[in-house]
Design a protein around this ligand. Structure first.
Ligand SMILES: [Zn+2]
Length: 55
């Protein structure tokens, strides 16, 4: 599964819990950016530990 953000083809490996929108699964880089917003919780999905370490 690829990151759904525009022009991003990295593997989606982090689930974001967004209070004002539906949860979405994005790549590590986008999770870092979007996770800065108030109330957003970044939750690495099971099995993604290897990808996180590569980053
Ligand atoms: Zn992305």
């Amino acid at each position: 599964m690829e990151c759904p953000e525009d022009d991003c083809t990295r593997p989606a490996s982090v689930e974001l819990h967004i209070p004002w929108a539906e949860n979405r699964t994005v790549c590590v880089a986008h999770a870092r950016v979007l996770g800065q917003r108030d109330g957003v919780v970044a939750d690495p999905t099971p099995g993604s530990a290897a990808e996180l370490l590569e980053d």
